[in-house]
Write a protein that binds this ligand. Structure first.
Ligand SMILES: [Zn+2]
Length: 302
């Protein structure tokens, strides 16, 4: 049996799965934010309850909202900043009392979709998460690719390519730089861009990303302008990936991947920014949706 844990910034989810991918049990809990030890305790509790439900001991894979320093195995590059500098892998092994495998959450998405999702049958899969943050993972031949710095897929912390004068220097990012892609193409950034231009009497609390998309569909001009600017920024960001790696498929995850218009509007804009005048790469929605994180974590023992 395989156990997959998706340690997210707002939710921690676990799945027990057979080796051929059939779900046996699933549990979900709110993340104790800013409480590292609380997270470890909660994960151990989830694993115990999953194994009780499934009636056996499993091999455990864990997706974390960040990655590990390749030598020290300490947390780095995590928007859940309470993981930074922590010996995450050793602490999880200690909390669970057995060997485990740990991977970046976007790498779990890439591996999950490459094995039996929207990226199945493609050799090089570039999986993008456009959610509360923006991240990416790379899978080659069905396995997550890391590189010597564990930095493959840290796409969200490249600067926005080809910025216009209004996009310089860009908003500060938690990583210490300005204008990272994450600050332009996350769902949070899309909403913030709308709010910057919204009528002053609007209540910001009433504005959500799906709400802006609905306004666009209803013919609202501001929402359409914000959407097309968003698509243009995503396209510029992905053009880097095409020019450097030219993956066989882009698999899109996270809340913004649920917008149908993305698959209509993004490819022609992306084609304007790549070096090659030909752009035929499929851009597809993740098949397992929100479950890709747990499934990809479970597949770490594949
Ligand atoms: Zn950054």
């Amino acid at each position: 049996m395989l156990i997959g844990i998706d340690w997210g910034g707002t939710k921690i989810e676990g799945i027990a799965m057979t080796p051929d991918g059939a779900e046996i049990a699933r549990l979900r809990a709110d993340t104790p934010r800013h409480d590292y030890d609380g997270c470890l305790t909660l994960i151990a509790d989830l694993v115990a309850r999953l194994e009780a439900a499934a009636g056996g001991e499993g091999k455990i894979g864990i997706g974390i909202p960040g990655s590990l320093e390749p030598k020290s195995r300490r947390g780095k590059g995590a928007s859940s900043t309470w993981l930074l500098g922590r010996p995450v892998e050793a602490d999880l092994r200690h909390a669970l009392g057995r060997d485990i495998r740990v991977e970046n959450d976007a790498d779990c998405l890439a591996a999950s979709e490459a094995v039996d999702g929207a990226g199945a049958g493609y050799n090089v899969v570039f999986a993008v998460i456009l959610g509360s943050g923006a991240g990416a993972g790379v899978a080659v031949g069905g396995r997550a690719h890391h590189g010597p710095n564990n930095s493959a897929g840290e796409w969200g912390h490249n600067p926005l390519p080809m910025p216009d004068v209004t996009e310089i220097p860009g908003a500060p990012c938690y990583c210490g730089k300005h204008g990272c892609l994450e600050t332009w193409v996350s769902g949070r950034a899309f909403r913030a861009d709308y709010l910057r231009h919204a009528p002053p009497d609007i209540d910001p609390e009433s504005i959500t990303s799906p709400g802006i998309i609905q306004k666009m569909r209803d013919g609202d001009r501001l929402s359409a302008l914000i959407w097309h600017r968003y698509v243009d920024r995503v396209a510029r960001g992905l053009s880097l990936v095409v020019n450097a790696l030219d993956p066989d498929v882009f698999v899109m995850g996270g809340g913004m991947s649920n917008v149908d218009e993305l698959y209509r509007d993004l490819p022609p804009v992306l084609a304007r920014y790549t070096f090659s005048t030909v752009f035929e790469t499929p851009i597809v929605r993740a098949r397992h949706g929100d479950s890709s994180g747990v499934r990809g974590a479970a597949w770490l023992w594949r």
